[in-house]
Design a protein around this ligand. Structure first.
Ligand code: URA
Length: 273
């Protein structure tokens, strides 16, 4: 076994020499390109280059935006935030044996570390705006009722509205079946005989469907159309996704969101805090 200053020098040289490689392996593995072993193999095969085509491995690491995997730019680093127009029939769970929202994204997104999670799940048969992020702090800020981040849903109903829904939902006293804590006041706006917008500050299990059930109706289709100040873009087709732009991010500092029909419920909600 070698020992003494010579041995220490060689160890130091080896560590320094392999540091960029280790960093690259960790980066790609955390972005979901493969296990560390698989990624090491890919790097050795020359799949990872810089933007001039120089194979990366043992030499210094260029900035993230200059790294290419099989000639394609790398996925964005942490923090990633994207919006998906969720179609009917997809669950928001990563371990569901059926169709999941992760089937609509590049496969490696399901293997990122930290993991990419939906910001407030939608039911399998709810469609519309779904955000996903790997930033746990941002996720909690958006879903926590105290963040005041309003979510607006468009509900279509089996039976005509009764005229009592607005007062019931705004009361702050509606108790859902099997629960002991009343719902926070919610906004309501009738859009026609059989459809309405509902604005929520919280996200309880099947909340909108159970609210209408409590009002004696049945939701036949449900779509989330906005979160905070962020609307579902009309040009984002069902099943499509895209990254949030830097301009869109402030819309998620939710206190700035204004949704006219929710104002009354909003004020009552604030008074409860
Ligand atoms: N309320 C529901 O009932 N379902 C959803 O998916 C979201 C809100």
């Amino acid at each position: 076994m070698p020992h003494g200053p010579h041995y220490l020098n060689w160890t130091l040289v080896t560590v320094l020499w392999t540091l960029p490689l280790m960093k690259l392996v960790r980066l790609l593995a955390n972005l979901g390109y493969g296990s560390r072993k698989e990624v090491q193999r890919l790097i050795r095969s020359g799949a990872v280059t810089d933007d001039t085509g120089k194979v990366l491995g043992e030499n210094g690491l260029p900035p993230h935006e200059c790294i290419r995997f099989r000639s394609e730019p790398l996925d964005p680093p942490f923090p990633l935030i994207l919006m998906l127009n969720k179609p009917d029939g997809y669950t928001c769970s990563s371990d569901d044996p059926g169709a999941t929202i992760y089937d609509l994204l590049p496969g490696r997104f399901a293997h990122r570390n930290p993991g990419l999670n939906p910001v407030g799940r939608l039911d399998k048969d709810t469609t519309g705006l779904l955000l996903l992020t790997d930033d746990g702090k941002l996720l909690h800020r958006i879903i926590h009722p105290k963040s005041h981040c309003l979510k607006v849903y468009h509900a279509k109903l089996d039976r005509p509205l009764g005229g009592h829904e607005g007062a019931l939902f705004a009361s702050g006293e509606l108790l859902l079946n099997g629960e002991t804590k009343p719902l926070l006041p919610a906004g309501f706006e009738a859009l026609g005989k059989n459809e309405a917008l509902v604005t929520l500050h919280e996200g309880r299990y099947h909340q909108v469907r159970r609210m209408f059930a409590a009002a004696g109706n049945h939701v036949t289709s449900l779509k989330r159309i906005s979160i905070g100040g962020l609307q579902l873009p009309p040009d984002l087709a069902e099943g499509d996704w895209r990254l949030l732009t830097t301009e869109e991010l402030p819309a998620l500092t939710c206190s700035s969101a204004t949704v006219p029909h929710s104002v009354a419920a909003d004020l009552r909600w604030k008074a409860k805090l």
